[in-house]
Write a protein that binds this ligand. Structure first.
Ligand code: DX5
Ligand code: ZN
Length: 221
């Protein structure tokens, strides 16, 4: 298992002050920035693209930016995110015509690549591309909106994904996204996750540092 990573989702940040918000949440102890990209096509919501990712870099954010693409098609936006300073780029296999090619595009551009599985999407494709995957992201809500409740069936799926990753012997991160909070983070870690996206549980808290340290205390306990 790799060290735990807490990745606040910008979806619940104040977009009018995004640079400051990201800076504040990193100072509060977050490890990476989870950057949710929605296209009103693959998911029923619309957020931000490579220009905003690049604006965060220009603002001085040096922490890893973990770009979660909820867009279809995938490939034609990948290059722009690589140039915009993304660290990780993850995408949904259903949204790519050629999953193996999309993973290669991301890695050849110098970014880490990941596959995202919706709550009802089986992990089947994973075994064919394990050598090209740096992160597996399991959605614990249906993608599109922040503030939804964690779907409990994700725990079994996390155990399944953890077994696949461990059997591979590869240093693949296992991330969970949706409805993660201080009350359920420990159970989620016990099921095998090492990377935790949390949007509303952090950005809606009055004190970001307190919210993040409460999560870390749960993970350490
Ligand atoms: C959902 C996004 C998530 C989500 C997390 O489509 O990918 O990153 O906004 O937000 P919370 O933690 O509020 O569920
Ligand atoms: Zn996300």
């Amino acid at each position: 298992m790799q060290p735990f990573v807490i990745a606040p989702s910008i979806l619940s940040a104040d977009f009018a002050r995004l640079g400051e918000e990201v800076e504040r949440v990193l100072q509060a102890g977050a490890d990476t920035v989870h950057f949710d990209v929605m296209d009103n096509h693959y998911v029923p919501n619309l957020t931000v693209g490579p220009m905003v990712c690049n604006a965060l870099r220009k603002y001085g954010i040096t922490a890893p930016i973990d770009v979660h693409l909820m867009v279809k098609p995938v490939d034609r936006i990948v290059g722009d995110f690589i140039e915009a300073g993304a660290s990780y780029i993850t995408f949904h296999p259903e949204a790519s015509e050629h999953v193996d090619r999309s993973l290669q595009l991301i890695q050849q551009g110098g970014c880490k690549a990941g596959l995202v599985f919706n709550p009802a999407t089986p992990l089947d494709v994973l075994k064919y591309v394990l050598d090209k995957v740096d992160m597996v992201l399991l959605m614990s809500v249906n993608p599109g909106f922040g503030g939804q409740s964690f779907i409990p069936g994700t725990l079994d799926k996390l155990r399944e994904a953890r077994a696949i990753i461990d059997a591979s012997g590869l240093p693949i991160r296992l991330q969970v996204d949706g409805g993660v909070n201080v009350k359920n983070i420990k159970e989620i870690a016990q099921a095998g996750a090492d990377t935790f996206v949390a949007g509303s549980a952090i950005f809606n808290a009055p004190d970001y540092a307190q919210a993040i340290s409460a999560m870390r205390a749960e993970l350490a306990g």
